[in-house]
Design a binder for this molecule. Structure first.
Ligand SMILES: NC(=O)C1=CN([C@@H]2O[C@H](COP(=O)(O)OP(=O)(O)OC[C@H]3O[C@@H](n4cnc5c(N)ncnc54)[C@H](OP(=O)(O)O)[C@@H]3O)[C@@H](O)[C@H]2O)C=CC1
Ligand SMILES: CC(=O)N[C@@H](CCC(=O)OP(=O)(O)O)C(=O)O
Length: 316
């Protein structure tokens, strides 16, 4: 069995990497668009409707436009953009979200891929909300440190320009300081929280790798819990998940001399979750490759689930 796959946005950061993942696969026939027709609506429409699966690796507005071009009921759209992530007609493409999610991804022809920060945040917090340890109306504070490839082609070009080494791009840069980052709606919706978190990302002078840190106040828990208790709730929630690794509560084993390596999952589709702290002060961290489980890897995983092929095919 071979599936026809089209990547709309094949020259972008996410699209190029999806193409790389799929080029190795015998069960996938990649439909390529001519370079000079990449933005030609009629040609994109033809290829979208000739495909079994189309990945949208486009800015939000272009993704909405592409989604409106589908008239083949068999075509499954997997959108990497922010456009449809909390749209009830679309399924959130995070198989590990909850026990029902894989069946939903399998059944739906409209799958919205999670944002990179959101993936890390949701995976870290959802088990604690689901277990009732964190009340749903808790306002969580979190930050994220990310490589510059998260900003796509234009940010990559800025960081890789000759001038970058002599400018402010040498230092980490906090952004989204209006505290209205575009991932807030999905972070709230899929953790089960009724309040959006205070979320503040930082982009640094390295290509890829991302870690979200969420601050937990044990005094706000609904019951007493130690870091080991919190770790166990998370580990039980993801038992059997091949791409999720819940680290032991052991500073020496999980850090490099006390430093947390946020690039540890680069070039993979893996996520590590770690709990740090003590009975008074705690945090939970999630690290992943923003271009792997944060984007292209996740999109390929969702496609595998949708097609009913082995979930890890083509992924590390
Ligand atoms: N980078 C990341 O870590 C992540 C990105 N995403 C999301 O994935 C999507 C793609 O992001 P990313 O790959 O980083 O972005 P890039 O900027 O690297 O690539 C976007 C691509 O879309 C093309 N494009 C823009 N407008 C149109 C259009 N109207 N028709 C056809 N093609 C168009 C661009 O063309 P041109 O080459 O001419 O500029 C470019 O090749 C975005 O919605 C982003 O938010 C999601 C998760 C993580
Ligand atoms: C460094 C940087 O700018 N990163 C992007 C995140 C990219 C991503 O995951 O997400 P979307 O699919 O939602 O664009 C940002 O924070 O907006």
């Amino acid at each position: 069995m071979s599936y026809k796959v089209f990547v709309d946005g094949q020259e972008g950061t996410t699209g190029l990497q999806i193409n790389e993942y799929l080029a190795q696969r015998a069960d996938i026939e990649l439909l390529k668009i001519d370079a000079d027709k990449r933005k030609d609506l009629a040609e994109r429409k033809r290829l979208i409707n000739a495909s079994d699966v189309t990945f949208l690796c486009l800015p939000d507005e272009a993704a909405k436009q592409s989604a409106s071009l589908v008239d083949n009921p068999n075509t499954c759209i997997i959108d990497a953009s922010t456009a449809h992530r909390v749209n009830p007609d679309w399924v959130f493409g995070l198989p590990e979200l909850c026990p029902e999610q894989r069946a939903k991804i399998r059944a739906s022809k409209r799958i919205a891929n999670p944002g990179c920060h959101a993936t890390a945040f949701i995976l870290a917090l959802r088990p604690l909300v689901a277990a009732g340890l964190i009340a749903v109306d808790t306002q969580i504070a979190a930050n994220s440190i990310t490589g510059y490839s998260g900003g796509g082609k234009s940010m990559i070009a800025d960081y890789e320009a000759a001038s970058a080494s002599t400018t402010q791009l040498k230092a980490p840069r906090p952004y989204a300081l209006a505290l209205a980052h575009k991932h807030l709606p999905e972070m709230q919706a899929y953790t089960g929280l009724t309040v959006a978190p205070i979320f503040q990302p930082i982009v640094g002078p390295f290509y890829k790798g991302l870690a979200v840190t969420a601050y937990l106040h044990p005094a706000q828990f609904t019951r007493a819990a130690t870091p080991a208790d919190v770790q166990k709730i998370i580990a039980d929630y993801y038992a059997g998940e091949q791409f999720i690794n819940v680290l032991p509560v052991d500073l020496e084993a999980t850090t490099e001399g006390g430093f947390f390596n946020i690039e540890a999952n680069n070039d993979s589709n893996r996520v590590d979750l770690a709990v740090f702290g003590n009975a008074e002060r705690m945090l939970v961290m999630a690290r992943l490759d923003n271009l792997g489980k944060g984007a292209s890897g996740a999109a390929v995983q969702a496609m595998n689930v949708h097609l009913g092929v082995e979930e890890s095919v083509g992924l590390l």
